[in-house]
Each structure stands twice: as structure tokens, then as C-alpha cells.
Design a protein around this ligand. Structure first.
Ligand code: MN
Length: 196
């Protein structure tokens, strides 16, 4: 199997001004592509050669000898998921997903505050996630570097990339502003609802 980033579900300039076309051209065109290229090279001639991306992520997780494979596979998966976690038609959540947020966090506003706080507190490179735990409750979690909730038995609903490469060209060091705008303008609630 040859791995490649998913096709972007919108034009490169569709998420402006929160995520500029220039950011996407580097983030999607260079960073994400490099993870896929690295993975293709790393799995060549290994038992992973014909496995699905998700299988590779789950099986290589926690195995020190397969750290390179895990990091690149997880980053391909995380970024595929990240592009779908955003939409030019962001706004306030409604319906089933809004009800689920209310049940688990007390309200949409409370959820956004908690998610932003976690995303900002993630030290260094990583990801902030809305996930469904094993008990069916929604949770906020962060992961470092390439780590991903699917390696920990959780179902991801959406994710914000908080590696600097995701926002530095547009927001420089202002991660809190980026995360706030991301939640208010780009978060793809219908994608989250589909993953419920
Ligand atoms: Mn990234």
C-alpha cells in the first residue's frame, strides 16, 4: 500500500484568515506529505507493507523498535483527521453534538473554554482532541508529538493541531488566539457528530 495525504476537502485558501493558504501549502504540501513519504520508505519490506494506516498506528504503538514507523504513521493519520476537523462553514454546534457537549461538559461555552485551556497548556508540539471514552462520555485530551487517541482505545471526534507549524505563519506565538479562532470559526461540528 502506498500512503499519501487525503485530498483536502476544501480549497487551500478556504480557511482564511485563521489558516492561510500559505500555511496550508507548507503544512499539507510539505509536512504532511513528508510523513507519508517517510512511512512509505519505512514500511518497505516489513510486515506493515500491506497493512492499513490504522492497523500500523495501533500495532506499532508503544514498541520502541518501531518508533519511526509509529511517528510517521500516526502523523499521517492525525493530519488526515485534522483537515476534516475544519470547515469554512464553522460556527456554533447544534443538534446531537451540541447535546452531547452539554451532557459531558455542561455546555458549549464550557466545552470551548476547557478545550482551549488544554490546547494552550499542551507543552511543546502536540494535539488537542475531543474524544469519546470507553464509557461513551466525551472527553478532552491532548497528545504529545505524534501520539494519537486511537493508540489508546479512544474514538476521536475532532482535533486541533497545536504544533507551531500549524499556526506560526498566521499567529506567531499567539497559540491562545489561534485556538480561540479555530473553535469559533473552523471547528467542524458535523464531522465531530458523524464520529460520535
Ligand atoms: Mn501538523
Amino acid at each position: 500500500m502506498t500512503f499519501a495525504p487525503i485530498k483536502l476537502p476544501y480549497e487551500e485558501n478556504a480557511l482564511e484568515p485563521v489558516v492561510s493558504a500559505k500555511t496550508i501549502s507548507f503544512h499539507y504540501g510539505k509536512h504532511h506529505k513528508a510523513y507519508a513519504d517517510n512511512l512509505n520508505n519505512l514500511v518497505k519490506g516489513t510486515p506493515y507493507e500491506n497493512a492499513s494506516l490504522e492497523e500500523i498506528v495501533k500495532k506499532s504503538a508503544g514498541n520502541d523498535k518501531e518508533k519511526g514507523i509509529f511517528n510517521n504513521a500516526a502523523q499521517v493519520w492525525n493530519h488526515d483527521f485534522y483537515w476534516q476537523s475544519m470547515t469554512p462553514k464553522g460556527g456554533e454546534p447544534t443538534g446531537k453534538i451540541a447535546d452531547a457537549l452539554k451532557d459531558s461538559f455542561g455546555g458549549v461555552k464550557e466545552f470551548k473554554e476547557a478545550f482551549a485551556k488544554a490546547a494552550v497548556a499542551q507543552f511543546g508540539a502536540g494535539w488537542a482532541w475531543l474524544v469519546k471514552g470507553k464509557d461513551g462520555k466525551l472527553e478532552i485530551t491532548t497528545t504529545s508529538n505524534a501520539d494519537t487517541p486511537i493508540a489508546h482505545g479512544k474514538t476521536a471526534l475532532f482535533t486541533a493541531d497545536v504544533w507551531e507549524h500549524a499556526y506560526y505563519l498566521d499567529y506567531q506565538n499567539r497559540r491562545p488566539d489561534h485556538v480561540k479562532d479555530w473553535l469559533d470559526k473552523l471547528a467542524n461540528w458535523s464531522f465531530a457528530e458523524k464520529n460520535l
